[in-house]
Design a protein around this ligand. Structure first.
Ligand code: AMP
Length: 196
């Protein structure tokens, strides 16, 4: 049986205010799976968002509204759940999509970064020719927990010295305070905010 989260704390920020997203409806559409993949983790399953065509469109429209006036030139998505809305946003913005992948998956020359996760350790890579200093980048992933994954991704992107880096999540687990790990010049936005 699907279990839906009822307790959620939503703060309307400037980005979200400019969109027509029904935050409450979106929040209730994320499935919470207790003790996955290990005991103690409340896993936020975004597949229940994506399988609903109206919600998928609402997310696509909302993300487009958030970033359409920012001069974005590339959307970078983090494997693997950043590969769902990331390319959709890139297509809406008429810009390219760049994958950040787990170590050993990208075929050409890469930069890489290792980091600690909420559960486990990982290394991510990006192709060395993926971006350049003229790019304005939106870095996208499904969820902000401790921030370890996205901080590593930001460090990878910084190697290209882009003009600007925006960071975007569908979901933020506010109690883990991952947002505090980002430099103040990085604009971090999340659509749905949960206490764990
Ligand atoms: P972190 O690096 O701690 O911010 O973890 C974020 C990454 O781990 C994202 O790629 C998420 O997909 C995944 N993740 C971590 N915690 C959860 C969770 N509670 N529910 C779903 N995904 C999670």
């Amino acid at each position: 049986m699907e279990q839906f989260i009822n307790s959620n704390k939503q703060v309307m920020n400037n980005y979200l205010f400019s969109t027509n997203m029904n935050i409450e409806k979106l929040s209730k559409s994320v499935r919470n799976v207790p003790d996955f993949p290990i005991p103690g983790i409340q896993f936020k399953d975004v597949t229940t968002l994506f399988k609903n065509p109206e919600i998928l469109k609402e997310l696509s429209d909302g993300l487009y509204e958030m970033y359409k006036d920012k001069g974005v030139t590339k959307v970078v998505g983090i494997e693997s759940r950043g590969f769902i809305m990331g390319p959709l946003l890139a297509e809406r913005l008429h810009v390219g999509f760049v994958p950040i992948r787990k170590k050993g998956k990208l075929p050409a020359e890469t930069y890489e970064m290792s980091y600690d996760k909420e559960y486990g350790k990982d290394t991510i890579q990006i192709h060395r020719d993926a971006l350049d200093e003229n790019d304005v980048v939106v870095l996208h992933d499904d969820l902000l927990a401790t921030g370890g994954t996205m901080i590593a991704a930001v460090e990878l992107i910084k190697k290209f010295c882009p003009k600007k880096i925006y960071v975007n999540f569908l979901i933020e687990l506010e109690d883990l305070k991952g947002r505090a790990a980002f430099d103040p010049e990085i604009e971090v936005e999340s659509i749905l905010k949960y206490d764990i």
